[in-house]
Design a protein around this ligand. Structure first.
Ligand SMILES: [Zn+2]
Length: 72
């Protein structure tokens, strides 16, 4: 069984307004399900004050591709 949670990946943090290493607040199985159902996927940028947001359409596609290739 592979790791339940995804490897942190690059995503655009709306608070930092730049690409950051984002931590997924969902498991690999939840990500696959949400990419099918359209459910929101929340990620976190761990800093002094944690930034949280939901992946937009572009980032969802990036995540779908990364899961497909086994990158995350
Ligand atoms: Zn941030």
């Amino acid at each position: 069984m592979s790791a339940r949670f995804l490897t942190p990946f690059l995503a655009f943090c709306p608070e930092c307004k730049q690409q950051v290493t984002a931590t997924a607040l969902f498991t690999r199985a939840e990500a696959k399900e949400a990419l099918t159902t359209g459910a929101e996927l929340e990620v976190m940028h761990a800093t002094d004050s944690d930034h949280r947001w939901y992946l937009d359409e572009q980032e969802r596609e990036n995540l779908r591709r990364r899961i497909g290739t086994g990158e995350v």
